[in-house]
Design a protein around this ligand. Structure first.
Ligand SMILES: [Cu+2]
Length: 112
């Protein structure tokens, strides 16, 4: 009987602790998700076309291992106006991030 009582007493804090730990991890998970949302990824490629009016560029990019992207040609939104010295045909290096709508946006671009 003594053993059963002890086991019961020890069981109380034991069941309480994992619940607290789980909710703490949950908060950490949200912090990590927020950090990932603003993470930038570096890429290289060739500038294929510029749509200055809509603030977009088409880039034939090389693989981006971090994102598991194969090489492809695609349009990206520009966060800032394109540097004046860049034109179609230029080799470029750039940095990408996802905007609040999860669309990929170039936040930095320059000649490679
Ligand atoms: Cu792509």
């Amino acid at each position: 009987m003594k053993t059963l009582t002890l086991a019961f007493l020890f069981a109380l804090p034991a069941t309480g602790t994992p619940v607290q730990a789980a909710s703490h991890e949950h908060e950490n998970h949200h912090d990590m998700a927020a950090q990932q949302a603003v993470a930038t990824h570096a890429g290289t490629g060739v500038l294929k076309a510029v749509n200055a009016k809509d603030g977009k560029v088409q880039i034939a990019h090389e693989p981006i291992a971090e994102l598991n992207w194969p090489p492809m040609t695609m349009w990206f939104a520009l966060r800032d106006p394109l540097p004046y010295d860049l034109k179609a045909g230029d080799a470029v290096r750039f940095e990408l991030m996802q905007d609040e709508k999860k669309q990929w946006m170039i936040v930095k671009i320059g000649r490679k």
